[in-house]
Design a protein around this ligand. Structure first.
Ligand SMILES: *[C@@H]1O[C@H](CO)[C@@H](O)[C@H](O)[C@H]1NC(C)=O
Ligand SMILES: *[C@@H]1O[C@H](CO)[C@@H](O)[C@H](O)[C@H]1NC(C)=O
Length: 295
């Protein structure tokens, strides 16, 4: 029989399908082995049925893994680097476990929309781990205090991801350095970088260009400089917490609908005699500043 190009193409397609499915199974087996212990219904000897494991969801046609959700499962061990081959993965949620080691690269997982790695014991992040995530909406990795010291996640900062990410949650870590200038072009609505152990530094000027910004949690850092006047005209801003930084006191004048909340030592006090204070509970912008800033 003559092997036509069409037949070759068919064979190649079948081969590709087999390979991609096999890859997900290999990766799932590696993941099962890297968790100690894995969830009780996960197997460390065969991943043929991985689509029925707890917390795992697959596409119905081809058994490609689309979601891994193992929140608060007391998982220790680490996260196998093979996770980077799950090319149909849309969501990974491993928050509230005891995973350690280095967060492996998730770069180029183009389907990935949500990453939740909060409250674990990770000690490092693979460089460029979040590069090229063109579908990413949520990156949440608060409270990984065992990561000794890191800068704003590279890859996120210099990639196109910033045009898709809506929620960036990096609070309670030890991220040092400055806010990357690329934030200005981002679509971030909810920016949480508060409570860094040593503190982010530099100015907060970059916020001026973040027109999608709705909530900005920047308290407990080492930010210096002034509070940009244009923040008063960010169209979607509802809350900005700048407490416990080293910002200057030239507080921009906000309209009557804007409330300032002063928050010394994290005790919520409303000072009704300050500039631009409104008692109106419909205030659409909250500005919170610490007492301990330089005047
Ligand atoms: C946080 O990072 C700073 C700067 O690299 C370092 O000096 C400090 O020891 C780190 N703190 C913790 C708790 O890891
Ligand atoms: C911020 O203020 C604290 C307390 O006065 C000081 O120790 C620290 O060096 C200041 N940081 C910067 C970046 O100016």
């Amino acid at each position: 029989m003559e092997v036509t190009p069409y037949l070759l193409f068919l064979l190649f397609t079948v081969y590709l399908l087999a390979v991609t499915t096999a890859d997900d199974r290999a990766a799932m087996l590696a993941l099962a082995k890297s968790f100690t212990p894995p969830p009780s219904d996960w197997s460390t000897t065969s991943s043929t049925g991985c689509c029925t494991w707890s917390g795992v969801r697959c596409t119905s046609e081809s058994d490609r893994v689309t979601s891994i959700s193992l929140e608060d499962e007391s998982l220790a061990g680490d996260l196998a680097p093979e996770v980077s081959t799950l090319s149909e993965l849309k969501s990974i949620n491993l928050q509230g476990n005891k995973l350690s080691g280095t967060i492996p690269s998730l770069a180029k997982l183009n389907s990935l929309r949500e990453i939740y790695l909060d409250s674990n014991l990770f000690q490092g992040v693979e460089p460029g781990a979040f590069a090229g995530l063109t579908s990413l909406r949520i990156l949440s990795m608060r409270d990984n205090r065992n990561i000794f010291s890191w800068s704003f996640p590279s890859g996120i900062a210099d990639s196109t991801s910033f045009t898709t990410v809506n929620i960036l949650g990096l609070s309670y870590n030890n991220i040092t350095g400055v806010l990357p200038p690329s934030l200005a072009k981002s679509s971030i609505q909810n920016l949480r970088v508060n409570d860094q152990f040593s503190g982010l530094s530099g100015t907060i000027q970059v916020l001026s260009g973040m027109t999608s910004l709705s909530q900005a949690w920047l308290q407990k850092n080492q930010f210096t400089g002034s509070i940009p006047k244009v923040l008063t005209s960010l169209p979607n801003l509802q809350l900005i917490d700048l407490s416990n930084n080293n910002l200057t006191c030239d507080i921009p004048m906000f309209s009557a609908t804007v409330a300032f909340i002063y928050k010394p030592d994290n005790l919520l006090l409303v000072d009704s005699s300050g500039p631009g204070i409104a008692s109106d509970s419909n205030d659409d912008i909250l500005i919170s500043l610490g007492w301990d800033f330089y005047c």
